[in-house]
Structure formats: C-alpha cells, structure tokens
Design a protein around this ligand. Structure first.
Ligand code: SF4
Length: 201
C-alpha cells in the first residue's frame, strides 16, 4: 500500500506542474474556457488510465468511500458521459466536475493544447466555443504558433505515464479506469492488512 500511496503522490505532483503549464498557456493566450462550460465532459469517449485515477481512488479510500463509490460505478450503465460530471443546465452543457482536484490527465489539457498533425507540424487543439468566444485571441495564437508553441497533449501523457508504465498501459473509458483504480487500492489495502496480521501473529 505504501508504494501505491507514494506513486499517487508523484502523480499529484505532476498534476500540479501541469496546472502551471497548460492553464498558464491558456491564460496567457486568452484561450480559457467559458465559465461553467462542461461540454467536453459530456463527450462519451473521455479516456483515462488507471494511473490517472489513482490519486482520486486513494483519496476516496482515505475518506472511507472507496467501496461505495465502486459499487455505484459498477451499477451505472456503461457508455454514458463521465460519471464525475454534474450537469447544471437542461441541455447538460453547463455543469461542473465533482472531482476537479483529482481529474485525470486529459481533462487537465481541456481548453487549448498542441498536437502533431498528419504532416508532423504542431497544431492547436481547441474547441468550437473557444474559437467563437475568443476569435481574435485564437487568430493571434495561430500566428504565434512558432514563436510561442502550445504545450503538447502528448507531453502531458508522457509525464504521467513514465511514473508507472504498467498502470498507464491502457487508455480506457474514464468510468472503467476509475473502477480498476479503486479495485487496485482496495486490494492492496486488504493485502497490507493480512500482511500486518501475519507479522503480529
Ligand atoms: S473527470 Fe471532471 S473534468 Fe474530466 S470529464 Fe469528468 S467531469 Fe469532466
């Protein structure tokens, strides 16, 4: 359990660095999300790895709610949008993340980030809403792509994955990754207890 806890702390440390890099770029370029917008979270294909979800799983375990959360996730129908999203408007596009502090890697790059296009050139990934809301900032950003390149989506993924290749091997639907992370933490906790009992005996 100690190893898993240490790993979780290291993921959180990388998440802290990502906040400075990605949110910092978006703020500097004026490409931040519309207040209260949750359109990205409605996407049914948001993916995460077990490693991404480890800090949240550890937090829920420490709060004593890991087992009940796992039961809720197992009972929820598969294929819906993120179970951590709380819609606050009729169409669901306004809302909030219930686990914002522990959201996974991909969610930390929502807004604006770079990727390589099919010609290997750096391109900007951003949403329709930001393009419409902040059209002049978007145009300026495209002009400045060479002198002020965006932080890359792949870099964020790499920074987290390098902490544990086994737990970051597969990108899964977020609810599935969360269930596996909770099972891993609960299993380790159970195993640690047995270990301690045996040492006492
Ligand atoms: S974890 Fe949070 S930010 Fe990410 S998709 Fe779910 S609700 Fe949205």
């Amino acid at each position: 359990m100690q190893r898993l806890r240490e790993l979780s702390r290291r993921v959180e440390a990388v998440y802290g660095e990502m906040a400075d890099i990605y949110a910092g770029y978006q703020q500097a370029r004026g490409l931040h999300c519309r207040s209260g917008c949750g359109a990205c979270c409605l996407h049914p294909e948001i993916e995460a790895t077990v490693l991404d979800m480890l800090p949240l799983a550890m937090h829920l375990f420490d709060q004593g709610t890991a087992e009940s959360t796992l039961a809720q996730l197992e009972a929820a129908p598969a294929g819906n949008s993120c179970p951590m999203y709380q819609a606050l408007s009729f169409d669901g596009k306004q809302g909030q993340c219930r686990i914002y502090q522990w959201r996974p890697t991909l969610c930390r790059t929502f807004g604006a980030a770079g990727y390589r296009d099919k010609h290997g050139k750096t391109a900007l990934s951003t949403c329709k809403t930001i393009k419409e809301d902040r059209s002049s900032a978007y145009a300026d950003t495209l002009i400045a792509m060479e002198s002020d390149p965006p932080p890359m989506l792949s870099h964020a993924r790499q920074q987290v994955n390098q902490l544990d290749y086994e737990l970051s091997r597969s990108s899964l639907p977020i609810a599935e990754a969360m269930q596996l992370a909770l099972r891993k933490v609960l299993f380790q906790a159970c195993y640690s207890e047995v270990d301690i009992d045996q040492q006492i005996a």
